[in-house]
Every structure is written in C-alpha cells, then in structure tokens.
Ligand binder design. Sequence first.
Ligand SMILES: [Zn+2]
Length: 227
Amino acid sequence: MKTLNKELQSSITPRKALDLLKEGNNRFINNLKAHRDLLEQVNDTRDGQWPFATILSCIDSRTSAELIFDQGLGDIFSVRIAGNIVNTDILGSMEFACKVAGSKLIVVLGHTKCGAIKGACDHVEMGNLTELLSKIQPAVYQEKTTLENRNASNSTFVENVAEINVKRNVKNIIERSFVLEQLIESGQIGIVGAIHNIDTGQVNFYDDVTFINDEENKNFSLKNLNY
Ligand SMILES: [Zn+2]
C-alpha cells in the first residue's frame, strides 16, 4: 500500500475517499489486511502528511478508525471522543484537517453497544462526564419510536439513539462550521454518517446523511438534512 503524498491526495475525490474507506473496511472484515511497512511509512511521512479522510469516532477501544478501515500512517485524521460528539475544538480540528491539510471526506462514525450512548440513555451524572453526556441527550429525546424501557437495558433503544446521534452530529458540523459548510457546498469535501457494528467489524454508511456534491448526486442539497 502506497503512502499518500500531495499528488495522490489531490487526485482523490470525496466519493473516491468514501470508496477507499469502504474497501478498507471490507479488507478488515475479511481479514485481508493490505501489506504495509509501517516503519517505511514513518520515513515516507517525515516531511509532511496528506491524509484523505477525517474520521470522528468514539474512544471505545474496539473502534480504532485506522484498524477498522485498514489504513496506515498518513492516511486519515482520527478525532476520537466518547460518543463521537462535536464541540468547538473538534470543529476547529476538522477545519484544519480539511481546509488546511486537504482531507476530502468527513465521517461521523458511531458504533453499536456504545457506553457513552448507554450512559446518556440512563441519564448518568458523574463529574465532567455529565457535560459530555448532555451533548448526547438531544438524540435520546429525539428517539420517539420506543415507548417502554427507554434505558440502556433496551438494545433497540440504545442503537436507535446511536443512529440519531450520528445524524445529528453530521448536521451539527454543517450548521456550526461555516468553513466546512462552504467546502461541502462547493464539492471540495464530502460528509457522511456511519455506524460500526462491533459484533462483526462492519461499517454501514447512512445514505440519508451522505452529502457529496458531485455528478453522481443529482439531488445534492444540504436542506435534505432533517436531523
Ligand atoms: Zn462508544
């Protein structure tokens, strides 16, 4: 697997970036890891980095973006925080990754059986965690299909909240970052939400929160974002 350089990065479109991640996850779940000499990649990246994607995922030890998408050094920016939530510092990191460092796709990646989502479902309060979980609470309230057992013991409820949380955070990024919104509108970058199933390793991308302004997407409009 070749280490990315400036030329390679600029040849990758947002849709190609999405395909590269899908292919990488496919390799991961089929145990067909691409051959990489990581030490050689240390040398290849010593003078700079040209990652093609920026992935916001959870701190969960089972969800390392580099591993589940089978990526090497210099391939992706990895932003990790419990419950894959968004705050100002994370938006700033993403603006750097896309506007300054040229990354082509933002992925908001949730996962099944997420402890942070479960904590929010149970309205857990503890130290600084209380404030973090409060950022997931809107997704808990937005889940309207579960009428009974609206708590962490109900896995259907938990997974519904995880999905809503991903989609809300795609919307959050677009609404709260003028820099990223402009890049998405102009087709320079794309944004997509996805969920990682920790039972299988498989990542499923949500079509209804895939915003890539290119020829393949005739109906592109950020107004289609209803979360
Ligand atoms: Zn988690």
